[in-house]
Design a protein around this ligand. Structure first.
Ligand SMILES: [Fe+2]
Ligand SMILES: [Fe+2]
Length: 205
């Protein structure tokens, strides 16, 4: 699949900043997880080209945050239930934003981009949002993006929390503190995250 036509449109619309240091790390983290999970057969097998494709598409998961007010995005401390509902809508608003770009709708990668934008907060037990999908009705590579996103959020500081060290972040993921993930992915994650972390985050950025 050629994702360049879609990426050209997305860059023009300023919806993609694929060279920011944090983006490069997130793409690498997602790629390493996809490669590891595929090799361990806890997700359907992927070719190198597919791993690269999905890792790059992962950069688009939070496109819908463009539609969320800054005061909610950057609020220090916890969100009120109402604010959290608005925050959650970055999934559905991301899809709407993408659907409103006619040229993008023509692109081969469009359904994949919509899938990751809408479903990266779905969780294995159906407790996620917006569609409360469960199990493998969440596309496996999108499950991996959700896992990468949860881990990445833990190891970086946010306005409402400090950065956690790698081992603590991994424990929080494993214990379900960030939502329930596929247990097969989690077992493989626990086994390999130390080495993956060292590879992805050894260079600063
Ligand atoms: Fe998100
Ligand atoms: Fe995210």
């Amino acid at each position: 699949m050629n994702i360049e036509p879609a990426f050209t449109v997305l860059r023009r619309e300023q919806l993609l900043m694929d060279h920011a240091p944090h983006s490069v790390q997130f793409e690498n983290l997602t790629g390493q997880l996809l490669r590891t999970f595929s090799a361990a057969a806890v997700i359907p097998p992927l070719t190198m080209a597919e791993i690269r494709l999905y890792a790059t598409l992962a950069l688009l998961h939070d496109v819908g945050k463009r539609a969320i007010p800054q005061e909610i995005l950057n609020k220090p401390g916890y969100l009120t239930p109402e604010e959290f509902e608005v925050m959650k809508s970055h999934t559905t608003q991301g899809c709407e934003l993408l659907e409103n770009i006619p040229e993008l709708r023509e692109c081969e990668a469009f359904p994949l981009i919509c899938d990751v934008c809408r479903h990266h907060h779905e969780r294995w037990d159906g407790s996620g949002y917006p569609d409360r999908l469960a199990g493998d009705s969440i596309t496996p590579w999108v499950q991996v993006v959700g896992l990468a996103d949860a881990f990445d959020a833990l190891i970086h500081p946010r306005v409402y929390k400090p950065a956690y060290p790698q081992d603590q972040a991994s424990d929080m993921i494993a214990s379900g503190a960030c939502g329930i993930f596929n247990p097969l992915l989690l077992a493989c994650f626990a086994q390999h995250i130390g080495e993956i972390y060292a590879v992805v985050y050894s260079s600063d950025g």
